[in-house]
Write a protein that binds this ligand. Structure first.
Ligand code: CA
Ligand code: CA
Length: 445
């Protein structure tokens, strides 16, 4: 050994006096393209993925991962690579390009490799690093931005909706929810996601943007995914949290303002008028027109409006299973949590479902003579209208609140004028309750 060292020493010394370079002692590394941000450098034991072109010193190519279309993957420093490359990629960072010149004794020595590499050949590898990871790695998260107030953090078993961009460690994109024009909607922490994602999403709040870096053994491991995620790939997700709730959530009611006098609070069946401002968890407002075509209020809001005084203001938060569910509604996406700022404007006792008019005491019996105000044995619309308005004025009956009174009365009249001749006679008149007992689905009276 001593003589070999001596020889090399002489040769290296000789380069100072000779114009022709002597044989290489070690690899020569030319880091000709280093990324500005270099957060991690290859160390012994790391797994790496890289592309390379292998040439002789005259530039003739003997191997290329680019041409094969498959980068090299392997562990550094355990003799799986030729010794020269084990040394040559040390300290390299992702997206760095370097030229590694390997002397024969750190490559294929005096034997060479088959017909491809002759004996005692210096090899030049032009390498670009694509990925680094280590079996000791953990999921790394970094918050890029976050709202000032964060009322609630993502926990396991929550259902969440988020946008994401997914890239490989070298920045090559493999998937994006934005390209699909829809959020990714899922339960978290229940095994529906890759392990690293299940872990990295925990603790996020709505409105937060977070980077999640996931080593391959917590992602798609050796199998990769389709053509877009290679085997043993580190994944980088940039996640923007849109919405979160738990299926166990009930509505949340926060009372903001109650008037000093409150004689009556809303109960089931009341007719109410209220102002509301509807927003999603991210603060954006939703189109409320979806509700105008239906009298049906979503379950959570119906519940949230109970026990309220006129003039009271409250916020009601409705989880989707008490709102529009997985189907959403016009202007409301699937599985969206809804915030309602409410103010009760008016409150009236309602009438039972299916009724347009109710008697507040006993109804006149018999009814027809009472209704036939001028006693001509015939009740046209004008007379019927006068009769109903009289009941309302005297407090013996009430019309369904919140609707056009003349319209309701006309409907009631038409319903009783069975032969549609413009007048009601005694035989046509039947009490609503009698009809109900006949299981008829007519309305009124
Ligand atoms: Ca009459
Ligand atoms: Ca008639």
């Amino acid at each position: 050994m001593e003589s070999i060292f001596a020889l090399i020493f002489l040769c290296v010394t000789g380069t100072h006096v000779s114009s022709s370079p002597g044989p290489l002692e070690d690899v020569v590394i030319d880091r000709y393209d280093i990324p500005r941000v270099c957060p991690r450098e290859v160390q012994t034991g790391d797994f790496v993925r890289y592309h390379y072109n292998g040439t002789f010193t005259d530039g003739k190519k003997f191997d290329s991962s680019h041409e094969r279309g498959a980068p090299f993957s392997g562990q550094v420093g355990l003799g799986r690579l030729i010794t020269g490359l084990d040394r040559g990629v040390q300290g390299m960072c992702v997206n760095e390009r370097r030229k590694v010149t390997v002397p024969p004794h750190l490559a294929y020595g005096s034997i060479g490799a088959g017909d491809v590499i002759p004996a005692d050949t210096v090899l030049v590898f032009d390498v670009v690093l694509l990925d680094i990871w280590n079996t000791e790695d953990k999921v790394q998260t970094r918050t890029l931005s976050k709202p000032e107030s964060c009322k609630r953090l993502v926990e396991a078993t929550d259902f969440i909706r988020y946008h994401y961009n997914g890239t490989l460690l070298n920045g090559v994109p493999f998937d994006s929810s934005h390209s699909r024009n829809g959020t990714y909607d899922t339960y978290v922490g229940m095994g529906y996601l890759i392990k690293g994602m299940d872990e990295g999403l925990i603790g996020m709040c709505v409105g937060e943007t977070r980077t999640i870096i996931i080593p391959p053994f917590l992602a798609y491991e050796e199998k990769g995914y389709g053509t877009v995620i290679p085997s043993q790939a580190t994944l980088v997700f940039e996640v923007f949290m849109i919405d979160l709730f738990n299926p166990k959530d009930d509505i949340a009611v926060v009372v903001k303002e109650v008037p000093k006098t409150c004689t009556r609070k809303t109960v089931v069946g009341d007719y109410i008028r209220y102002h509301y401002n509807g927003t999603f968890q991210d603060g954006s407002g939703f189109d409320t027109s979806y509700q105008r075509n239906t009298n049906k209020v979503i379950e959570g809001l119906d519940e949230g409006l109970r026990g309220m005084c006129v003039g009271e203001k409250r916020v009601v938060i409705v989880p989707p299973h008490l709102g529009h569910g997985e189907n959403g509604a016009k202007g409301v996406p699937s599985s969206a949590v809804l915030h309602f700022e409410l103010e009760l404007l008016d409150l009236q006792k309602g009438v039972p479902d299916g009724y347009m008019f109710v008697w507040l005491g006993d109804s006149p019996d018999p009814l027809f003579p009472a209704m036939d105000l001028n006693k001509d044995l015939s009740v046209p619309l004008e007379e019927f209208t006068a009769f109903i308005n009289l009941q309302v004025a005297e407090g013996t009956g009430r019309l369904r609140p919140g609707m056009d009174a003349d319209g309701i009365i006309k409907d009631m009249f038409n319903n009783q004028d069975r032969n549609s001749d413009g007048k009601i006679v005694a035989e046509e008149l039947k009490l609503k309750v009698e009809e109900d007992s006949d299981k008829a689905r007519h309305e009124e009276l």
